[in-house]
Design a protein around this ligand. Sequence first.
Ligand SMILES: *[C@@H]1O[C@H](CO)[C@@H](O)[C@H](O)[C@H]1NC(C)=O
Ligand SMILES: *[C@@H]1O[C@H](CO)[C@@H](O)[C@H](O)[C@H]1NC(C)=O
Ligand SMILES: *[C@@H]1O[C@H](CO)[C@@H](O)[C@H](O)[C@H]1NC(C)=O
Length: 180
Amino acid sequence: MAITQTKLFLFSLIVSSTILTTKSELLSSKREKLTRFRLHVQNIIAGSNATVATVAQASMTNQSATLFGQVAVVDDVVTVDPETSSKNMGRVQGLVAFTSQSEMVLSMSMTFVFTEGKYNGSDLTVMGRNLLSLKVREMPIIGGTGLFRLARGYVRTSTYSSDLKKGLIVLVYDFYVYHY
Ligand SMILES: *[C@@H]1O[C@H](CO)[C@@H](O)[C@H](O)[C@H]1NC(C)=O
Ligand SMILES: *[C@@H]1O[C@H](CO)[C@@H](O)[C@H](O)[C@H]1NC(C)=O
Ligand SMILES: *[C@@H]1O[C@H](CO)[C@@H](O)[C@H](O)[C@H]1NC(C)=O
């Protein structure tokens, strides 16, 4: 019995390592390419349909002009064009925190989840420092899944519009991503 199980185990190891080798060979035989595209993020900061939720803050956050110590989660709709009604490409979900005591800085860890078009089912993860006073902010793309496996690159983001009465901030995201 034990021997049979060991044999089975070894067999499955060999099979899975063969599959792994084939997959990584397939990937390395492909050439890395640069893909560029622009998307818009619908960031609703207030109201009953808010897509940002503050989850925690430090006791000193209320006294901080830069909101130091505030942490929020985000689940924004991603669209092709700036209009909220334009084609929905997916969501961007993640964690943001105000992490500077002297400037408005967001440390962001966000995954773009594509649910439309050729990237449907693939993700891209952006992680970095977002200094909000800059017109154009740049952050690294640190990886991805699906068609974006082994992705690397960067995004450039800026504020397209900000309507504080409606509680809607629309952001432009330009992606420059190397992937296979
Ligand atoms: C929230 O979304 C619903 C459905 O899209 C919409 O009817 C409603 O007006 C929205 N509420 C606000 C406060 O924007
Ligand atoms: C910070 O301010 C908010 C809103 O005024 C208040 O609800 C909260 O209790 C304050 N928190 C601390 C730690 O002072
Ligand atoms: C995206 O992929 C999911 C899962 O494979 C599928 O159910 C869905 O229909 C796809 N959506 C589009 C718009 O192709």
